[in-house]
Design a protein around this ligand. Structure first.
Ligand SMILES: [Zn+2]
Length: 464
């Protein structure tokens, strides 16, 4: 192996208001041999948000370590962004390699990604969410689930008095004349989990003491004026953390934080800064299902990330099943059964859950075989059925293997991992000492639910 070398790619960008390119609206198309040949060590992203002009300045410094010499490299980025400067290892690329409209550094975010809103108290309230379209809608990246940088540092500049709540640990706030810059650092966030959240936020903060003995900051950025409601939801968080830590395993990001931010959109599993927009509503079961669902993704989605979007049920099926499991843990079996029955009625059964080959987001071919919301409800039902086949002990062990790659996870002894459906099936087989492929074949590779034939004859009941 040749000596590694680093590539640094600073960028400024501008975007028009044309529709996004087809390529931008897809995610997970595959990684090029060059992209597979690097370690994405760090993305340092500076955003300057101007809510009055609905514009952003962007500057990205991306650091890659090549495992072998490379003569070319590719990143994905919405082509509506015009790049105003582009350097590799400090050397500017030739002018002809650059897009035309050099010089402008303001750009308007595409509508699909951004929510430019006004807080109830009148200040700007801005959020982004790019799941589905992928990270290239917001920053230059490897738009694939396995394209995570080992670290993401953000410098988010906003009008003074506004807060930019983001992924990871707050390094500090630079108070400039008319703006404030919020500096954040996050360990290995999911590519679509990088998000801007800007508003007149206030903070609820405390340290949560884990059943594993470690403690972690627990931060909730709520809109000014919502303190009483926010305190109500914040009080639910310790119970949710304790449930996940008992049933699945240690909270994966205790070195960063437990984080929630109030957003103008419903919700998204933005790593360590979960987007929350459920208006503090408790459902019929007396808890905030949206908060619990998004938080489940810290384990199923962020710590364990699907290697391909064909394995997406590993994110959503498990995250969905965590609501009935939580209700059972919190309130008893009747609540579990009622929630399972509700989810049962939502199974569509149009396309198989898993195609068995790469299925990127947003292409015509994948949309034609998209399992849709079955990744949630049918996914949860598969897990419900499996749990009752293999028992609670084996089922919990299978979740630990999937999420941590080991049966004895403790804070500090695991790293974020990528997993496939096959990895999960293999884990179940290994833990139970039996071959469950017949079970997964029926539920994952068939679209419709299996039929139960019942025969009664001569005092005998035959089930097939
Ligand atoms: Zn989800």
């Amino acid at each position: 192996m040749a000596a590694p070398r680093a590539l640094c790619l600073p960028l400024f960008a501008v975007v028009g208001i044309a529709a996004a390119a087809d390529h931008t609206m897809t995610s997970g198309l595959g990684m090029s041999p060059e992209q597979k040949a690097v370690v994405f060590e760090q993305a340092e992203l500076a955003f300057a948000v101007d809510p009055a002009a609905k514009s952003l300045d962007g500057d990205a410094v991306l650091t890659f370590k090549a495992k072998s010499p490379l003569s070319r490299f590719a990143l994905e980025f919405d082509p509506r962004y015009a790049i105003t400067a582009f350097e590799v290892d400090g050397v500017a690329l030739a002018a002809q390699d650059r897009p035309d409209n050099e010089g402008r550094i303001e750009f308007t975010l595409p509508k699909a990604v951004s929510v430019w809103a006004t807080a109830p108290t009148g200040e700007p309230w801005v959020a982004t969410a790019v799941e589905g379209e992928g990270c290239d809608l917001l920053w230059p990246c490897i738009d694939h689930p396995m394209g995570k940088p080992l670290r993401v540092i953000q410098h988010i500049t906003v009008p003074a008095e506004l807060t930019a709540a983001s992924n990871g640990r707050l390094l500090g706030v630079d108070r400039n004349d008319k703006t404030w810059t919020w500096n954040w650092s996050a360990r290995q966030p999911d590519t679509y989990a990088i998000a801007l959240n800007v508003g007149p936020y206030e903070l609820l903060h405390s340290d949560y003491r884990s059943r594993y003995g470690n403690s972690m900051p627990m931060d909730f950025y709520y809109l000014r004026g919502n303190r009483a409601k926010a305190e109500g939801l914040y009080a639910e968080l310790p119970k949710m953390i304790d449930f996940f830590e008992e049933v699945v395993g240690p909270y994966p990001w205790s070195d960063d934080k437990v984080g929630v931010v109030e957003t103008p959109h419903l919700g998204m599993e933005h790593q360590t800064i979960n987007a929350y927009g459920n208006d503090y509503k408790k459902d019929i079961n007396g808890y905030d299902w949206l908060m619990q669902h998004e938080f489940a993704h810290e384990w199923f989605g962020n710590q364990m990330t699907n290697a391909d979007y064909d394995d997406f049920w590993l994110h959503e099926g498990f995250a969905m099943y965590m609501q009935p499991l939580y209700l059972e843990w919190l309130r008893g079996r009747m609540y579990y059964d009622a929630e399972m029955l509700r989810q049962r009625g939502l199974i569509a059964g149009k396309h198989p859950m898993v195609a068995g080959r790469s299925r990127p987001n947003g292409t015509a071919e994948s949309e034609a075989i998209d399992p849709g919301t079955d990744v949630y409800y049918k996914g949860a039902w598969i897990l419900h059925t499996l749990r009752h086949q293999i028992g609670d002990r084996a089922f919990r062990a299978s979740m630990r293997m999937l999420v941590y790659g080991r049966l004895d996870p403790k804070p500090g002894n695991f790293k974020p991992r990528y997993a496939t459906t096959k990895d999960y099936v293999n884990a179940v087989n290994r833990i139970t000492g039996k071959d469950w492929n017949w079970f997964f074949d029926v539920y994952l590779h068939g679209a419709v639910m299996p039929r139960l034939d019942v025969e009664r004859a001569g005092g005998k009941l035959k089930l097939h």
